[in-house]
Design a binder for this molecule. Structure first.
Ligand code: NI
Length: 184
């Protein structure tokens, strides 16, 4: 089932999301719906706040990139109660976009390696270092769990340049191919 994507201006995108427990009602259905939503909106990652839920769930699907990056063939993963524990101090810069900010693409500097903790779908705990493009995607998605958006990382000048687009979103003027929920 496709869930509408919450758009910039929605307070849930600015809230710190909470950990969940294995008895969270309807969890596997929710994860299925999140994967469905990500797939149908051509996203490579989706965090629960983007569908209006302030809980620490992230789904990632990098398989679509595997033509250019073969290492990500069949890379589909769920991160429950994810937290970033450590980041290295080497950075690279790359253009990012976000389903909650349609039409905006900006270069964002991120750590090239991060250490994270999370639970898988069986609620088994993992702790690992990831790097490269995956490290970027996870930082972007886990930012959502802290109430941060990728535009928080760009310069004031760039923020100024996208101000009108952001204001339009807050007023409910959004053009994209998937169903959304704006604040107005
Ligand atoms: Ni995003």
């Amino acid at each position: 089932m496709f869930l509408p994507i919450y758009i910039y201006g929605q307070p849930v995108l600015r809230a710190v999301a909470k950990d969940i427990t294995p008895d969270f009602p309807g969890l596997s259905e929710l994860l299925d719906n999140m994967r469905d939503t990500m797939l149908r909106s051509d996203g490579i990652g989706l965090a629960a706040p983007q569908i209006g839920k302030s809980i620490r769930l992230v789904v990632v699907d990098l398989d679509v990139l595997s033509e250019d990056m073969p290492a990500y063939k069949d890379y589909k993963k769920v991160f429950i109660n994810g937290h970033i524990l450590e980041t290295n101090e080497e950075y690279d810069s790359m253009e990012e976009g976000c389903l909650s900010l349609p039409g905006i693409h900006e270069k964002v500097s991120r750590s090239t390696r991060i250490r994270l903790s999370y639970l898988d779908e069986n609620f088994e705990a993992h702790e690992e270092w990831v790097e490269g493009y995956l490290a970027r995607v996870i930082q972007h998605e886990f930012d959502h769990l802290e109430g941060r958006l990728f535009i928080d990382h760009i310069s004031n000048l760039r923020k100024q340049m996208i101000k009108n687009k952001l204001n339009a979103m807050v007023k409910g003027k959004v053009r994209c191919s998937y169903k959304v929920k704006t604040i107005k």
